[in-house]
Design a protein around this ligand. Structure first.
Ligand code: CTP
Length: 465
């Protein structure tokens, strides 16, 4: 059955990857639109591109869709997920004309059985392949702060083309210093010295040092990825964001989950109304580390983990909750457990985070037509189910999360660094997200929350039977 574009006049469909969107793409879309009255644009999913051997696509599906959307030429944008989809789409949308650039002449003649096939002249002198080649400069990355997160970042960066880790330095209250564990990397004793060696830094210091280190790194002209929120007050966040903007630098938090293919795909599915209107998000994120310093308030779960915990609610429901209620449990000076109730205009969210407290790490997104269930660990977003009233009708989605996942974040950071236009497109949303997260953290820091009585002993003190 045709899907809602009856009465739209002559329907034209075209497909493409639209990576690093250029004027050739825009001209093609304009020509395609001129062939009829209603233009449908199919944008290839990351998994589909990989399956057909196109491995070097720079931009994520969401960014590529956004570029097509920005032209204002597409009446509808769909995602091309598998090989035989074109015939399905042509039937489903009652397509009259299938149009593609002249580099494809003859390749789609088999579709003439279903509609007219038109090959449009390709714009000379520009292609995504060429742009990818031109942008392929090497990003020299440094790490400030040592330990398992840094080791993982180094490992993951080795999977991203054109990124090389050149320097690793430790940081304490006095500044930067060498760490002999990392002596295969260059060291530096000042931020200026580091800026001579690398273009950007991954900052993984103790939380209390983080905002100061970020500021010095930005002042020295370094682009920054921050492990954890970039500051602990909205005022400081905005100041650092402004400093980065004034210097033309990229400043992002290492929100790994947000860059994973599954997280991005779920966002698109939710926006397309896959479960109707979202009414609630319920998710948890918890770890029990080997050791914790209960006297250090900055070790608290909300300084370290809130941004990850709050992420699905602030991305899928928007970064402007109308009201926030927080419940915190402490051990000495450190918050080990918190529960955030977020109220939006027509939806709610409950997010729980534990550091030294463990719970199930799954996520449920409740909608008016069904719900999404993401089993633990939801933050890898490799697998989720779309469920509804009929419990036998479960749609299962699988999206690969390669390695430990940071490679997707690093790839995105590389893109922001190498193409300021792409960063400009993403920046507003990222900044808003950071401000919203830290706004919530700040409420906790200033005691605008309900506090549970102090725990008497670590991990509950129960006996093993
Ligand atoms: N296109 C065009 N003129 C160009 C480049 C692309 O008309 N200079 C058309 C293609 O023919 C196709 C659509 O734009 O119909 C989307 O193309 P896509 O493959 O995404 O872009 P390319 O720049 O060709 O990318 P690549 O180099 O990765 O093949």
């Amino acid at each position: 059955m045709a899907d809602g574009n009856q009465g739209k006049g002559k329907v034209v469909i075209t497909y493409g990857t639209f990576d690093l969107f250029h004027y050739g793409h825009e001209a093609l879309l304009r020509r395609a639109k001129e062939l009829g009255d209603y233009l449908i644009v199919g944008v290839t999913s990351d998994a589909f591109d990989r399956s057909r051997g196109k491995l070097n696509v720079k931009q994520s599906l969401i960014e590529r869709i956004k570029s097509v959307e920005n032209t204002g030429l597409a009446d509808k944008i769909i995602v091309e997920e598998f090989k035989g989809q074109k015939i399905d789409d042509i039937r489903k949308y009652n397509v009259d004309i299938f149009a593609l650039g002249s580099d494809w002449v003859g390749k789609f003649d088999y579709l003439e059985e279903y509609c007219d096939v038109v090959y449009l002249p390709r714009t000379q002198g520009v292609s995504s392949t060429e742009l990818r080649r031109m942008t392929a400069k090497t990003l020299r990355l440094g790490c400030i702060g040592t330990g398992i997160f840094t080791d993982r970042m180094i490992r993951e960066a080795s999977y991203v083309s054109n990124v090389r880790v050149l320097s690793v330095v430790a940081a304490d209250a006095d500044g930067l210093k060498a760490d002999s564990t990392y002596d295969q990397y260059k060291s530096a004793e000042s931020f200026e010295e580091l800026a001579d060696i690398v273009d950007a830094v991954y900052v993984n210091t103790k939380p209390a040092l983080r905002p100061g280190v970020l500021e010095k790194a930005l002042e020295a002209g370094l682009h920054v990825i921050s492990e954890g929120p970039i500051a602990f007050t909205v005022e400081d966040v905005k100041r650092l964001q402004k400093l980065a903007a004034d210097k033309g630098l990229v400043l992002i938090e290492a929100l790994t989950a947000m860059y994973l293919p599954g997280f991005q795909r779920l966002k698109l599915l939710l926006e397309s109304g896959i479960v109707g209107e979202i009414k609630d998000i319920d998710a948890s994120y918890s770890i029990v580390p080997d050791s914790l310093d209960f006297r250090d308030r900055y070790s608290s779960n909300f300084y370290n983990m809130s941004s990850r915990t709050l992420l699905p609610a602030l991305v899928y429901l928007g970064a402007k909750p109308k009201d926030v209620q927080v419940i915190c449990g402490y051990e000495q000076d450190m918050c080990t457990w918190s529960k955030y109730n977020l109220l939006f205009e027509t939806a709610s969210a409950t997010l729980k985070t534990g550091r030294g407290v463990k719970t199930e790490g799954d996520m449920t997104i409740t909608g008016t037509d069904g719900y999404i269930y993401v089993p633990a660990p939801w933050w890898r977003l490799e697998y989720f189910e779309i469920r509804n009233e009929d419990l036998r009708d479960v749609k299962k989605h699988y999206y690969e999360c390669a390695g430990e996942g940071q490679r997707y974040l690093i790839k995105e950071f590389y893109l922001y660094w190498s193409d300021p236009a792409i960063y400009d497109m993403a920046k507003g949303t990222l900044e808003e997200l950071e401000v919203a997260t830290v706004g919530i953290i700040e409420r906790i820091g200033s005691d605008q929350c309900i506090t549970l009585a102090n725990h008497s002993s670590r991990f509950g003190g129960g006996e093993n039977v």
